[in-house]
Design a binder for this molecule. Sequence first.
Ligand SMILES: Nc1ncnc2c1ncn2[C@@H]1O[C@H](COP(=O)(O)OP(=O)(O)O)[C@@H](O)[C@H]1O
Ligand SMILES: [Mg+2]
Length: 274
Amino acid sequence: MPKEKPELNDAIRKKMSEKPREKNPINGTKFTIAISSAKGGVGKSTFATNLALALRNTGCKVGLLDADIYGPSIPKMFDINEKPKSDGQTLTPIVKYDIQCMSIGFLADQQTPMIWRGPMVTSAIKTFTQKVAWSNLDFIIVDMPPGTGDTQLTFATDIKLDGAIIVSTPQEVALLDVKRGIKMFDKLGVKILGLVDNMSFFIGDDGKKYNIFGEGGVKKTAEEFNKKFLGEIPINPEIGKCGDKGKPIVENNPESEISKVYLEFANEIKSTYL
Ligand SMILES: Nc1ncnc2c1ncn2[C@@H]1O[C@H](COP(=O)(O)OP(=O)(O)O)[C@@H](O)[C@H]1O
Ligand SMILES: [Mg+2]
């Protein structure tokens, strides 16, 4: 399956040499925030869904845009099985848990591999940002695919992106990709709100903290690039189970300690913009 490759330099240089153009904000939305990482499987979609719900819990109107065309996660994580309605011009987002959602997975069979070429990815992203009837939103949270490819470029160059949050796990291999992601957003002039250390540690039955993937790597990377370190989220089997069941932990158990961690991230974002 073709994946977006981290060959950012030529593509970005080309974009940078072009004249700055008017960027389109997403209709019906005040602020667009991307959840990104250069690596897959670090917990972007899990973070994006729980952050969206936590922002809603702070009283914001929130949309969730699944920009992972090759591997959409929102249909599963929000347990959405219906197709969005269309009037021939615009698609109506599906509202679940009081959040307006859109994903390629609503339109295509989830089992069908998406063998899409770059330009088709770009046009899908443009459809989702310009032809969806998003309504009266404070924030759209964009769940990005891994990598530094067409989707990131389209958002950064054609669409108004107000900020990006970079999620990583603390392993060296993940951090290498994170550095590439930071450089891309910096070059494209997208504000990086900060870095999140996901699956940072595990608390055993003995109550002890285990740093399974090493300690402090994400924070160190944030410092190295002069970015904010937003905080850490432990490995918690409940997070995974709730996502698999289609009801993220912030919705399933808003009073849990882990949901409070997501709420802190949400409050920080809300106070940054509103
Ligand atoms: N903090 C966490 N604790 C436990 N499991 C997690 C955590 N964050 C993510 N996961 C699990 O890791 C897997 C990958 O997460 P996902 O959000 O799909 O990553 P990505 O979108 O970066 O590919 C999923 O099974 C998810 O449930
Ligand atoms: Mg994902």
